[in-house]
Design a protein around this ligand. Structure first.
Ligand code: FAD
Length: 290
């Protein structure tokens, strides 16, 4: 199918884009890498009269390490640039580990970090990484700028906290603690497909080797990335041995009600959540770099 006819406008600055967003309102859609939006248009699931193309706004692209130790990534930064960045490999190895799992290289060449987060596919990798890392998503409208914690940004399937007149402009990741390790795994039918279930985890060790802060985030399972709180609690305070990992994996099922769809049943996803929690924690706890 072909998209319904639309007009295309390509502002050069963020201010111009924000003004156009107000002017065209519901008649417009924002275009970043187009890797999710163009299929949506081609299937006529949306038929905007205008596309506001962000690709000429240079200020929305780039990767910076801030004096505060935070990592700041412009919303229009291509996924491939994130994947290949030495800065990101050093500053957030979990993010670096997740990138090759997103679709295929050709899609990552165009797809942007901000486009993936604004699209909020529940099976996407980047929303889960943002939740696991307590990222801040920066939104801008003509009336101001606000910072939204990743935990509050994803509201449901393809639904975010962004208002209609806001653009996602930047994603900020807190500094990576010295004694943190990570694990990342997913199951999909073929490499590059959206995940049926995935797990992203970070494990922080205290001075005595005991486990302090743990994040275990499942994606592809419910309508948004979800922290597995019981599994996190089961590991916290332990020394991270095999028994603790098994207890955490078993606890991954507590309170989790995966969806069923044509890719997998709820029961299969529940099983995957436990198996992948065990394997991802094993990855994280065998990592001796911290
Ligand atoms: P676009 O398609 O341009 O936009 C997506 C949506 O976000 C639109 O509604 C748009 O209006 C909005 N938007 C974009 N940027 C902004 C912004 N700055 N502020 C506010 N709203 C904005 N993704 C995965 O995570 N995992 C996968 O395994 C995966 N597999 C894929 C396989 C295929 C075959 C394809 C075609 C895509 C796949 N994707 C996958 C999606 C891909 O990662 C997209 O790049 C991404 O979801 C959207 O990014 P984009 O820059 O292309 O955004």
């Amino acid at each position: 199918m072909k998209p319904a006819p639309f007009d295309h406008v390509a502002p050069e600055t963020l201010d111009q884009a924000l003004a156009l967003l107000v002017e065209y309102g519901d008649d417009a859609k924002v275009l970043a890498g187009g890797q999710s939006l163009v299929p949506v248009l081609a299937l006529r699931l949306a038929a905007p009269a205008w596309l506001i193309d962000l690709n000429r706004i240079a200020s929305l692209s780039g990767i910076r390490e801030l004096d505060s130790g935070e990592l700041a990534i412009g919303a229009l930064t291509r996924q491939r640039m994130v994947e290949r960045s030495d800065t990101i490999a050093g500053a957030n190895p979990l993010l670096a580990a997740a990138m090759p799992w997103i679709a295929h290289a050709q899609i990552r060449n165009r797809g942007t970090i901000g486009g993936s987060l604004a699209h909020a596919d529940p099976a996407a990798e980047l929303p889960a990484i943002c939740v696991a890392c307590d990222a801040i998503l920066v939104a801008q409208s003509r009336s101001g700028r606000r910072e939204i914690a990743a935990a509050n940004f994803f509201r449901g399937m393809f639904e975010t906290a962004l208002a209609a007149d806001e653009l996602l402009t930047e994603i900020r990741f807190p500094g990576w603690p010295a004694r943190r390790t990570h694990g990342f795994l997913e199951v999909a039918r073929r490499h590059g497909d959206f995940a049926i279930c995935g797990i992203a985890t970070t494990v922080d060790r205290g001075a005595a080797g005991r486990i302090g802060d743990v994040r275990i985030v499942a994606f592809g399972v419910t309508d948004r990335p979800i922290r597995l709180a019981a599994a996190e609690q089961a590991l916290t305070g332990t020394t991270g041995g095999g028994n603790a990992i098994h207890a955490a994996a078993a606890a991954a099922a507590v309170g989790l009600s995966p969806r069923s769809d044509h890719h997998a049943s709820s029961e299969y996803r529940l099983e995957l959540a436990q198996v992948l929690t065990r394997r991802a924690l094993t990855q994280a706890l065998q990592d001796k770099t911290a």
